[in-house]
Design a protein. Structure first.
Length: 97
């Protein structure tokens, strides 16, 4: 007699498990410098400001005798915000967009 193969059909998880999975994923991103903008049932919105490469900018400031500071000031004032949406579906699968 052979044993039946386990089913590969995903099993839905309860809401507390979904919340725990979402909290763990949000904590992982928070350790990387992301801030939590909002959290709702099954999803969280994370944001952070885009980084500025200081090494090359400093080098260009030195080469151009300070003229490159104008570009850096404009970049710092107008930094873009990166946004990620972390979702946990009914089966406990995490998706990030």
């Amino acid at each position: 007699m052979t044993n039946p193969k386990p089913s590969s059909v995903p099993v839905p998880v309860d809401d507390t498990t979904r919340a725990a999975i979402l909290n763990a994923e949000v904590a992982r991103y928070a350790n990387q410098g992301w801030t939590v903008s909002s959290v709702s049932a099954g999803q969280a919105v994370l944001q952070r400001k885009k980084r500025i490469g200081w090494f090359w900018n400093l080098l260009l400031v030195l080469i151009t005798a300070g003229l490159w500071l104008i570009v850096i000031i404009i970049r710092v004032v107008n930094r873009k915000i990166e946004t990620k949406i972390v979702r946990v579906d009914a089966y406990g699968r995490v998706s990030v967009s």
